[in-house]
Design a protein around this ligand. Sequence first.
Ligand code: GLU
Length: 489
Amino acid sequence: MIKTRFAPSPTGLLHVGGLRTALYSYLFARQNKGEFVLRIEDTDQKRYVEGAVENLLRTLKWFGIEYDEGPYFQSKRTEIYKKHAEALLEKGHAYKCFCTEERLTKMREDQIAKKRAPMYDRACLKLTPEEIEKKISAEEPFVIRQKMPSGGTIKFKDLVRGDMEFDPKTVDDQVLIKSDGFPTYHLANVVDDHLMGITHVIRGEEWLPSTPKHIALYNAFGWNPPTFAHLPLLLNPDKTKLSKRQGDVAAEDYMIKGYLKEAIINFIALLGWNPGTTEEFFSLEDLIKKFSIERVQKAGAVFNLEKLDWLNGHYLRSKTPEDLAKLILPRLQTKWFEETAFADIEEKNFDDPDEKTIYFLKAVKTIQTRLKTLAEAPDMLKFFLIEEPPFDLALLLNEKMKVDKETATKALEESKKDLATLTEFTLQQVQETLTGTIKRLGLKNGQVLWPLRVALTGEQYSPGTFEVIESLGKERTMKRIDLCLDKLQ
Ligand code: GLU
């Protein structure tokens, strides 16, 4: 059975690259009817960040990336790693190293000065059993290092990168157990992947240099290594490595900003994978069917936020007004909203909407095509929901459009008169009526539609005048025009 895992270290908020690794590992397991494991690699206590595990679990859940096993925590499994390191000591594949930090630093500096790659010089490999005993009795701190094989080659086939080969002489005698008794990432990672029966290790390319070390460990234990697939780097549009400096990198940032999970999943899935067709929209279900590791590219994948915006627009527009309203409601918990007549609207009202709810849903529908992210929704809905839009004379009068006080007053009065005759308030009727008003007054479109829109919304930007009128309905439209005319006096 195929078994994959996601093995993040809780060193901060889940990065979009981490989310992609989790997604691909999940998709690969699901499409092969296999299992997906979550393992928290938290043995490096120094790098532990408070709240990182909670963020991780919350984020995976939000995206619907469900694991079948775990979460395992490596910090609770330290005895297992110690036992395995001792087994390697016994087999002669590992040794104790008592070198101090100062000695190692000096050694490295000397090697760099001689233009050699810094590597442990195996000083402690020459210690006799008696010398080792003495140091241990004197309670000298030590680490356990792996003794790398001196000959042969380290080979593996990467599902993305093809055949890989490394000379073991270039691989350092890596530390397996640190002086505090904790395992290093390498040891814990290999032991767990083996014990948990992981068949496919799918992870970011930054781990490629660690893979020869891991293969050497599998060999030392006498275990079969899993199959590896290293995913391409994520790049900024200028082809540098994706970094915080050029935008958000935490998956949660995009959730907060109001991108839909469907859009983010679709976007992330295409960062390094393509379907080989012109298809662009993929749900999680589609991806389980269509994703293939063979189509993952080697070259870095550019993180193009315009594409995310575009996908988000697509998914926002494909929602029903009810579903969209459900997503917007939690973002409306603001002071101004609490003071409106709509403050008590709840999700359950959408199933059997009363008049107030119908109006609310209509407002949502009206902003739907213009909405780029959910975060914009409250501001865009505000003028619909507050009782009285703000009166802004400077905005209402518009020199460029030739709207002075007199024109504005006339436009409002005449529009009101004509709209009052309507029995139905459809978009078409509103439009035909106001077109007639404009003609009759001999004014330009903007001279009527601008003051009207500002009177009704109090906003510089909003959906078009006809749409606004249709959505507000007759009563609200009349009332708002009157209010504005009063203030214009
Ligand atoms: N703990 C490593 C990380 O934080 C895991 C790398 C791997 O998947 O082996 O990404």
